[in-house]
Design a protein around this ligand. Structure first.
Ligand code: CDP
Length: 209
């Protein structure tokens, strides 16, 4: 089974995808970490975020073992990721990696912005996770405070809104629900309730096939 999960920043996709992966025994890929890693490596090389040639070089030499580096989860890297995500050649190279992952024999759940629309249009189940900007900013603020970052709620709110706008309005692979995506609004749902709602969506969809 292949599950494609998309949604805006801090919508709760990460936790949900991890839980679904454990429940259905699927491999899990957070594609945001790929774009974050390209941004991190580009900044470490002292290159501007719109240097296409350097970004492609960095993408080609990306080390998959560094994708769980906690340094990827900072607000700065998130904003930088949205900039490198506009570069078509970077997206193409990362799409190859994602499609190889999607073809894993045991099945997979892949989360990002363009998984149901571009990377895996034939996924068995597509879920688009939403939540209000206020709720998403609250969740991300709490997460960052817990990880020791000193940043205000208002700053996070503004960053999330700006990143959503950039992701939705870009020309290549913009953030949007696939036509056949199942919508899941987690604004009023805690982690457990969102997990149960997602299982229900997946199981119902599988029965219809
Ligand atoms: O964790 P959060 O929802 O804040 O973001 P993320 O999933 O780690 O993604 C960081 C950035 O990478 C996004 O704002 C997008 O600009 C970009 N991205 C993308 O363009 N396509 C994807 N499939 C995943 C992420």
């Amino acid at each position: 089974m292949l599950i494609a999960m998309d949604g805006p920043a801090a919508s709760g996709k990460g936790t949900l995808a991890k839980n679904l992966a454990a429940h259905y025994g699927l491999a899990h890929l957070d594609t945001g970490s790929l774009y974050r890693a390209v941004a991190r490596d580009l900044m470490a090389a002292g290159k501007p975020l719109d240097d296409e040639e350097a970004a492609v070089d960095v993408t080609r030499s990306l080390d998959p073992d560094t994708l769980s580096d906690p340094g990827l989860r900072t607000p700065e890297v998130g904003q930088a990721a949205a900039k490198v995500a506009k570069i078509g050649a970077v997206r193409e190279a990362l799409h190859k990696f994602q499609r190889t992952f999607a073809s894993k024999p045991g099945g997979a759940i892949i989360e990002g912005r363009d998984i149901g629309t571009v990377v895996c249009p034939d996924a068995d189940v597509k879920i688009y996770v939403e939540a209000s900007t206020d709720v998403r900013a609250e969740r991300r603020h709490k997460e960052l405070l817990e990880a020791g970052h000193d940043i205000s709620y208002d700053e996070i709110h503004a960053q999330i809104a700006a990143r959503d706008e950039a992701d939705r309005s870009r020309k290549i692979s913009p953030l949007k629900p696939a036509e056949d995506a199942l919508l899941l609004d987690t604004s009023d749902l805690g982690i457990e309730a969102a997990f149960e709602a997602a299982i229900k969506l997946v199981d119902t969809k599988l029965l219809q096939r």
